[in-house]
Design a protein around this ligand. Structure first.
Ligand code: GDP
Length: 178
């Protein structure tokens, strides 16, 4: 019998970057055009990574900006983070930088498993404001993984969630991972 492991992951980022759409695409396999700002919701999904089965609990948040005070529930008992910006919004890219710094401070500057996600890659040609290279460089400075995705075209959506599970195992997390 394979061991089922529990992982709790928070999705953070500026409003309207596609946090809910990514979670919804991954969990329910569909994309909704409408924009309904999330208060906060939790999704549960089982997934296999390699030979292991994981129970992933995803916390989809209301969205943050530079001034948001992050509650302790975003650092205590959290195994990993998806920091999401939109490739069409420079502001959202600035916001993930601030969020990363805040989290890093609040977690006592221990290394944290992070996947930096540049979403809305399908709009790349018309309205890109953040180059792929800039996202990659930022993730490198954090020692994090970087991926571009499209919740709309279901591009890299599963990959994001698989990666964060792999990162949690890779990073020596002071809260333990089991
Ligand atoms: P959240 O506030 O970060 O949770 O953002 P939502 O998931 O609610 O998405 C905000 C808006 O962007 C909605 O109108 C979505 O339909 C749209 N959206 C989300 N992801 C994508 C994407 O990958 N591509 C495109 N073109 N639109 C997206």
């Amino acid at each position: 019998m394979p061991l089922v492991r529990y992982r709790k992951v928070v999705i953070l980022g500026y409003r309207s970057v596609g946090k809910t759409s990514l979670a919804h695409q991954f969990v329910d396999g569909e994309f909704l055009e409408c924009y309904d700002p999330t208060v906060e919701s939790t999704y549960n999904k089982m997934l296999m990574v390699g030979k292991d089965e994981f129970h992933l609990q995803l916390v989809d948040t209301a969205g943050q900006d530079e001034y948001t005070i992050l509650p302790p529930s975003f650092s205590i008992g959290i195994h990993g983070y998806l920091l999401v910006y939109s490739v069409t919004s420079l502001r959202s890219f600035q916001v993930v930088k601030t969020l990363h710094n805040r989290l890093y401070e609040s977690r006592g500057k221990t290394r944290m498993p992070v996947v930096l996600v540049g979403n809305k890659a399908d709009l790349s040609l018309e309205s890109r404001e953040v180059k792929t290279d800039e996202g990659k460089k930022l993730a490198d400075t954090w020692g994090a993984v970087f991926l571009e995705s499209s919740a709309k075209e279901n591009q890299m959506t599963r990959g994001i969630f698989t990666k964060i599970i792999e990162e949690i195992d890779r990073v020596d997390n002071s809260y333990g991972t089991e």
